[in-house]
Design a protein around this ligand. Structure first.
Ligand SMILES: Cc1cc2nc3c(=O)[nH]c(=O)nc-3n(C[C@H](O)[C@H](O)[C@H](O)COP(=O)(O)O)c2cc1C
Length: 168
């Protein structure tokens, strides 16, 4: 395992395919206490003159506590062959289990931020903006009704991409 710094524009693969179809891990916290979860809703591009990502975290997620309490977060694409870990991270809560142990993943840290030895690449982000997504702001009620059958709304976090690493 060797994380090599690249420019965000050099990220491998098709990011839409990576997020939507292959899924990524959102992680936040410190070396002594962090949490992670599978995500497949996210945006990546440029905002406020810099490369940026947006992630959407429902209030029920344990990960939201870590997103709230830390300035940084990472998005990690795993190498192929870790679908079981992605399934677990996307269905079990770090509130209830030792997610790292159960997933079989191995923690690694880049710039002090949590990621995994099994990473294909990791994007390190610094929170720039966080916002609730109030029901009254939805312009398409059908989308709202489909996404929110209860009141477990998302909070959005926009992060500046401060570094990107591929794992050779
Ligand atoms: C493919 C997939 C994508 C997901 N995307 C999101 C997402 O973008 N936002 C979110 O809040 N939850 C998402 N989830 C659900 C969380 O990953 C799941 O609830 C997880 O168990 C939360 O863990 P935590 O409680 O330890 O934070 C997704 C789950 C899967 C399987």
């Amino acid at each position: 395992m060797s994380f090599r710094k690249i420019e965000p524009t050099e990220l491998p693969g098709n990011i839409i395919d990576e997020v939507c179809n292959k899924w990524m891990l959102l992680s936040a916290g410190s070396a002594s206490d962090f949490n992670f979860m599978t995500v497949n809703w996210g945006m990546m591009g440029e905002l406020w003159f810099q490369p940026a990502v947006t992630v959407y975290v429902r209030h029920s997620r344990h990960t939201i506590n870590y997103m709230e309490n830390h300035d940084m977060f990472t998005l990690t694409a795993l190498k192929p062959g870790h679908q079981d870990a992605l399934n677990l991270a996307g269905s079990k809560s770090g509130r209830d289990i030792d997610k790292l142990k159960e997933s079989g993943l191995t923690a690694a840290f880049v710039d002090g931020c949590p990621t995994f030895e099994e990473a294909a690449y990791t994007i390190v982000c610094k929170k720039m903006y966080a916002s609730e997504m109030p029901p009254e702001n939805f312009l398409d009620k059908e989308i709202f009704d489909k996404a929110y059958t209860d009141t477990d709304y998302h909070k959005m976090y926009i992060g500046q991409i401060v570094a990107a690493y591929v794992n050779d």
